[in-house]
Design a protein around this ligand. Structure first.
Ligand code: TYM
Length: 395
């Protein structure tokens, strides 16, 4: 299902069916009808009814550099999904980034840099829609409505808010608190089905299901499909190189805690050499269960060691058992140089391509602008439907 055409819905009557003009982006045809009863009406959503492929949506904050965690937990999976039976939409979520202070002089370049990371990782703007969030106003417009649907108690449970706000809760922005409602809008405004993310985003995806369900219930409609978190691959939670119990994060004050996609070979080798480990040798493949997993007990006893092993396994696309068979009985003096060589081999090409792309900011801006046009072909008619459901008068 490819994008194209500038079509829209034409509603013939206030309370009955609607005829649709051609809307190729959604696979809709003229005269496709939707049923709309009277008062406490139920809508069978015309947009969803005619979608032939599942839609994937995901986002990344341009709030700093892109880390190995972002790459292995998300971007690499996004690249693979675009070659499967999905329509993929990937977004630089700059509205989310400003929930904590961003220097306006840097934000635009950070947005370009994150876009460059996606493109350099193989995300193809001719296959996927690639754009920045502030260029598609329907995200923020739906977010306001969802702010009125989501309950305070739900947001109070969000662990990411608690972590980010820390002890100084009174001083953080209102936006940081409402962040998950905007994230729900990001996905629901596309009627997306699948949300490929790292493990840290699981709770936010569960919340978007709750919000979508409450909207459907409150307005008596079957409008929003409830999205699923797609958490897959060998590195759904890449940990800090300095502390195996903390997530690798772009906001960690220690540069040595993470590998950035812009790091050169020397920096990657140095960070891996200095990564925290332990004195024991590596175990054999017998620690891997029949399901291919290692028990939490075993992993928790050596979090740093298993973090590095998982990174190796994911980067090499090899099973943990085959890696342990190769390195069994060896220490980190042997394993770390092998990991550094692998990381340099796999990431070196991406960071060189990022540098090439970043040297032509106008081209990145062109890709984003084109992506925003494609995105709005989907979001504008869906928002129109939402406004009608909510009872807003047509402007
Ligand atoms: P963000 O910008 O923190 O991260 C982008 C993606 O990278 C994943 N990720 C990781 N995966 C494994 N290990 C890590 N250490 C690691 N660090 C980050 C994240 O899980 C994420 O998939 N709230 C989101 C952005 C967002 C979004 C959305 C995502 C806004 N709207 C709608 C999905 C759908 C965030 O802050 O991601």
């Amino acid at each position: 299902m490819k994008e194209g055409g500038n079509s829209r819905f034409i509603f013939l009557g206030r309370s009955h069916c609607a005829a649709l003009t051609v809307f190729p982006a959604l696979g809709l045809r003229k005269d496709d009808l939707c049923n709309r009863g009277r008062r406490r009406f139920r809508w069978s959503c015309p947009i969803r009814k005619f979608m032939t492929r599942e839609r994937v949506f995901s986002g990344i904050q341009p709030s700093g550099g892109v880390t190995l965690g972002n790459y292995l937990g998300a971007i690499r999976n996004w690249e693979r999904l675009q070659h499967q039976n999905y329509d993929c939409i990937y977004c630089m979520v700059d509205l989310h980034a400003i929930t904590v202070w961003q220097d306006p002089k840097l934000l635009a370049d950070q947005t370009r840099q994150v876009t460059a990371a996606l493109l350099a990782s193989g995300i193809d703007p001719n296959i996927s829609i690639v754009f920045h969030q502030s260029a598609v106003p329907e995200h923020a417009q739906l977010a306001w409505i969802l702010n009125c649907v989501a309950r305070l108690g739900w947001l109070n449970r969000m662990t990411q808010f608690k972590e980010k706000a820390g002890k100084d809760r009174e001083k953080v922005s209102l936006g940081l608190y409402a962040y998950p409602a905007l994230q729900a809008a990001d996905v629901l405004i596309y009627h997306a089905h699948q949300v490929p993310v790292g493990e840290d985003q699981k709770q936010h995806v569960e919340l978007m299901r709750d919000i979508g369900q409450k909207f459907n219930h409150d307005f008596g409609v079957d409008f929003f499909p409830l999205p699923n978190a797609m958490i897959f691959g060998g590195s759904t939670r890449v940990m800090s190189l300095r502390d195996g119990r903390k997530k690798m994060s772009k906001s960690d004050p220690s540069e040595m805690s993470r590998i950035n996609m812009t790091d050169d070979a020397d920096a990657i080798a140095q960070k891996i050499r200095k990564a925290k480990t332990d004195a024991a040798t590596l175990p054999g493949p017998e620690v891997v269960g029949d399901d291919g997993k290692i028990s939490t007990e075993i992993e928790e006893a050596r979090p740093e060691a298993f973090n590095l092993l998982r990174i190796y396994s994911t980067l090499s696309d090899r099973s943990m058992a085959s890696i342990l068979a190769e390195f069994e009985g060896k220490g980190f003096g042997d394993f770390k140089p092998a990991l550094a060589d692998l990381a340099i081999e796999k990431l070196g090409g991406i960071s060189a391509e990022m540098r090439r792309l970043e040297s032509d900011p106008a081209e990145i801006d062109r890709v984003l602008a084109e992506g925003a046009i494609k995105a709005r072909r989907i979001t504008a008619p869906i928002l129109e439907e939402i406004y009608r459901i909510v009872g807003f008068l047509k402007a």
